[in-house]
Design a protein around this ligand. Structure first.
Ligand SMILES: NC(=O)C1=CN([C@@H]2O[C@H](COP(=O)(O)OP(=O)(O)OC[C@H]3O[C@@H](n4cnc5c(N)ncnc54)[C@H](OP(=O)(O)O)[C@@H]3O)[C@@H](O)[C@H]2O)C=CC1
Ligand SMILES: O=C(O)[C@@H]1CCC=N1
Length: 272
């Protein structure tokens, strides 16, 4: 497949993650452009990855085959409206924003566009990302393939049939790295309270998290309950810890957190 000229509008955390995945996968640096109002993030992206940078959204978008909208949802409308003068009919527009429905973008741009909505996550920067993709029926197979190729350079992708499913992708993958970070952070805090120095507590917790994730991935024939039971000796230490989590209704809390995550995405869809 011919490689497309890609322009990221907004050079924040998520653009850095996707660009990192792309460049580490051999995507040509001269085909990747990022824009941002403040210079520091652009300088850092150029220094780290050698990509083209500028602060002119309209010019960068005009020169691109693929425009990746990577600003906060609150700013999306004004950023798209700025580009209304461009003819976007042959371009692919990819949005990574949470919440904003696909149909809203043609209003923002005041023209019909070829839009694919995606929901990536930050581990994309290491090639361990997970991205949900949604395209309306009018999007060509060529555009879908281009989008999939771009997002796959940072990890795995999953297409969803219905747009609402992207909100579930947010709860399960887009936002969820933060849940795991919070869990590990809490473990390190307790390790420190128990008297261990921070570096050692982090080394122990992070390696256990990595090992646990690999156990899940590499044992597809085992349920999560079986993996858990294999650690939990009857009358032993793990049983005490797990019982504490169950008594504190960890499952209920996770359920509530994920439903609140989806509810916020739904609320954002009405706001922006
Ligand atoms: N972070 C995550 O884990 C994920 C985020 N997303 C989505 O990605 C999008 C970006 O999020 P994230 O990267 O975290 O946010 P960041 O705030 O890190 O990045 C947004 C960037 O947009 C820049 N910006 C502001 N105004 C403009 C403008 N007019 N033109 C061009 N760029 C502009 C900001 O610049 P400056 O700071 O200099 O003002 C900032 O660098 C959001 O829509 C979010 O929903 C999706 C999945 C995961
Ligand atoms: O918190 C957010 O709204 C964005 C979307 C998913 C991860 N970060």
């Amino acid at each position: 497949m011919t490689q497309a000229k890609v322009c990221f509008i907004g050079a924040g955390n998520m653009t850095r993650s996707i660009v990192s995945g792309l460049i580490n996968n051999g995507y040509p640096t001269e085909l990747v452009h990022a824009t941002n109002p403040s210079q520091a993030k652009l300088d850092a992206l150029h220094a780290d990855f050698g990509i083209v940078v500028s602060n002119d959204n309209v010019k960068a978008a005009e020169q691109a085959d693929v425009i990746v909208l990577s600003v906060k949802p609150q700013l999306m409308q004004q950023v798209c409206e700025q580009m209304q003068s461009l003819n976007l009919s042959n371009k692919l527009v990819i949005t990574i924003a949470a919440g904003i429905p696909a149909a809203r973008y043609s209003e923002y741009f005041n023209q019909s566009i070829n839009l694919i909505r995606t929901m990536p996550n930050t581990p994309t920067q290491l090639g361990f990302g997970m991205t949900g993709l949604y395209a309306d029926n009018n999007i060509s197979e060529v555009h879908k393939a281009i989008c999939q190729q771009l997002m796959q350079s940072g990890g795995k992708v999953v297409w969803v049939e219905k747009e609402e499913e992207l909100n579930q992708v947010i709860a399960l993958a887009g936002s969820s790295p933060a849940y795991f970070f919070l869990f590990i952070e809490s473990m390190i805090e307790t390790g420190k309270k128990m008297g261990m120095d921070e570096a050692k507590a982090r080394a122990l917790a992070e390696q256990a998290a990595l090992g646990a994730a690999q156990m899940v991935i590499q044992n597809q024939d085992l349920s999560l309950a079986e993996l858990r039971n294999n650690v939990t000796s009857k009358g032993g230490t793990t049983a005490q810890a797990i019982e504490t989590f169950e008594q504190g209704d960890l499952r209920g809390l996770v359920d509530k957190a994920m439903n609140n995550c989806v509810a916020r995405a739904e609320e954002m869809a009405k706001t922006f």
